[in-house]
Design a protein around this ligand. Structure first.
Ligand SMILES: NC(=O)c1ccc[n+]([C@@H]2O[C@H](COP(=O)([O-])OP(=O)(O)OC[C@H]3O[C@@H](n4cnc5c(N)ncnc54)[C@H](OP(=O)(O)O)[C@@H]3O)[C@@H](O)[C@H]2O)c1
Length: 310
């Protein structure tokens, strides 16, 4: 029997986009409890290029050759022994610890959820990381409740676009920050107020905020802390917030990491029922993965970048 091969992205050393190589290798076989997934599209997250660059060595060590990619959408090609919950031909989404930049991946059925029929494969590939991260910040760590005021910094991004919609679904008053070109998009997601960060500081515009989701970090953090009410909370996913300044202002500030409490199935149901819309960002073919990482490194754009693989 001839071994079937697949195209896959490998890095063999840490570095910038130039270390991403399109190579061929044998297609993997699904083991007990796994499926072989034909990957139609993979999300390109900012953390992907940070891992490749070697910036996450301490918390997320990797071995070479390494295939980036934490999320994908595709079709079950083959089921491994013991798998009854999924069958060949089903369209699914999945989150993984690595390996989505490839034509095929083997993955545990526990990481899978059926793809909502209302979205394309490219859109579906952007759900796992963005939606679960937004849920974790808003609800697991932020305890957001109806009627509260929430400020989403980086509202047009792959996490922000889900955060706006999940906060609205919960019944919160939502303020989103974005550049001029993305303001209408952020409004269309349901934001009650938008702030153009290229012309206006949130300080003085957004006040008495209960919860800030910070997806940008850096210099913007001071003005975000100033927008909080006394006792309010800033949760960053972009970097550690300044604790001393938070204490001095009488607010809490924390970094959010780890798994979310929400199963993917809950999120896909919200999407199927029309509570959440999914917007994919710029799409690149697998062969243009270097350009996709270049684009991601800019830190601007609308929605999650995707690799359109099939
Ligand atoms: N801890 C975790 O679990 C976790 C999970 C996912 C992501 N993250 C991190 O969170 C950050 C955001 O992730 P993402 O996936 O949403 O990124 P993304 O898809 O690249 O989006 C970033 C967004 O930030 C906006 N932006 C850039 N500068 C801004 C500023 N000064 N003020 C307001 N908005 C600004 C950009 O919009 P414009 O085009 O309008 O500038 C863009 O839409 C990244 O650093 C990522 O690594 C962490």
């Amino acid at each position: 029997m001839t071994t079937q091969t697949m195209r896959v992205i490998h890095i063999h050393s840490h570095g910038g986009p130039e270390v991403l190589k399109l190579e061929e290798k044998a297609r993997p076989e699904p083991q007990m409890g796994e499926v072989l997934l034909r990957v139609y599209a993979a999300g390109v997250n900012p953390i992907d290029w940070r891992i490749c660059q070697g910036l996450m060595k301490a918390s997320m060590p990797i071995t070479f050759p390494y295939t980036p990619g934490l999320e994908m959408a595709g079709v079950v090609e083959e089921v491994g022994p013991g798998v009854t919950a999924f069958k060949r031909g089903q369209a699914v989404i999945a989150q993984t610890s690595a390996g989505a930049y490839a034509e095929y991946i083997t993955i545990s059925v526990e990481a899978l959820a059926l793809k909502p029929q209302t979205v394309s494969f490219a859109e579906a590939a952007t759900i796992p990381v963005g939606a679960t991260t937004a849920w974790r910040v808003l609800f697991d760590h932020g305890g957001l409740t109806a009627g509260q005021r929430v400020l989403i910094q980086g509202a047009a991004g792959g996490v922000g676009l889900f955060a706006i919609q999940l906060a609205k679904w919960k019944g919160a008053h939502v303020i989103g920050t974005a550049s001029t070109a993305n303001l209408d998009f952020v409004r269309s997601l349901g934001a009650d107020e938008v702030v153009d960060y290229t012309t206006t500081s949130v300080e003085g515009i957004a006040q008495d905020v209960d919860l800030v989701l910070d997806g940008v970090g850096g210099k913007t953090l001071s003005s975000l802390l100033a927008a909080l009410r006394q006792g309010g909370t800033l949760i960053s996913i972009a970097g550690p917030p300044p604790q001393e300044e938070a204490q001095a202002r009488g607010v809490r500030a924390m970094m959010s990491r780890g798994a979310a409490s929400v199963p993917l199935q809950v999120l896909t149901q919200l999407i199927s029922e029309g509570h959440l819309n999914v917007t994919a960002g710029k799409a690149f073919p697998l062969s243009d993965v270097q350009q996709a990482h270049e684009y991601s490194r800019n830190g601007h754009g609308r929605g999650r970048i995707v690799l359109q693989i099939y």
